[in-house]
Write a protein that binds this ligand. Structure first.
Ligand code: ZN
Length: 156
């Protein structure tokens, strides 16, 4: 087993843990007994198997928030820049664990890290209105696997 250690972002860590617990509660397909971490300094999400650890980097939480100037109110107002982005990101990393759980390390190699098995798991884990973010990351694979575009363009 690898020794997995990060400086944890305390605020986002709590949010991430609550979100994972909700995934487990709401969706039977969610891989169980996964440890979720939000490292302070990392620029990518990661999934470790067989350790059952996934990480969602802090920038994902920041990207979800945005501010715009409102002339009507003469002030800055908070707007959700990428609503559901944290949910999307967590579902993506959990989908890697899902593929490993059902197919072992070999499973991910057969059709590539983000191939059909991955996309099928992703679609069963990610709330449908946030699946469109996958097109920003793996557009070809997402298209090939008919990942939903519902909800795309419905926010600022
Ligand atoms: Zn991935």
């Amino acid at each position: 087993m690898r020794d997995l250690k990060w400086d944890i972002h305390e605020d986002y860590q709590r949010e991430l843990q609550v979100l994972y617990d909700l995934f487990v509660y709401a969706n039977d397909a969610t891989p169980k007994r996964v440890q979720v971490f939000c490292p302070k300094r990392d620029n990518a999400g990661r999934a470790f198997w067989p350790e059952r650890v996934v990480t969602v980097p802090a920038f994902v939480f920041n990207d979800e928030k945005g501010r715009v100037w409102s002339p009507r109110h003469s002030s800055w107002i908070d707007v959700p820049k990428k609503p559901g982005y944290v949910e999307y990101y967590l579902a993506h990393e959990l989908a890697h664990i899902y593929v490993f759980d059902y197919h072992g390390l070999r499973g991910d190699k057969i059709d590539g890290d983000h191939g059909e098995r991955f996309m099928s798991a992703f679609k069963s884990l990610c709330p449908i209105q946030w699946q469109h973010y996958e097109y920003e990351y793996k557009p070809d694979s997402a298209r090939k696997s008919d990942v939903s575009v519902e909800g795309a363009g419905s926010h600022v």
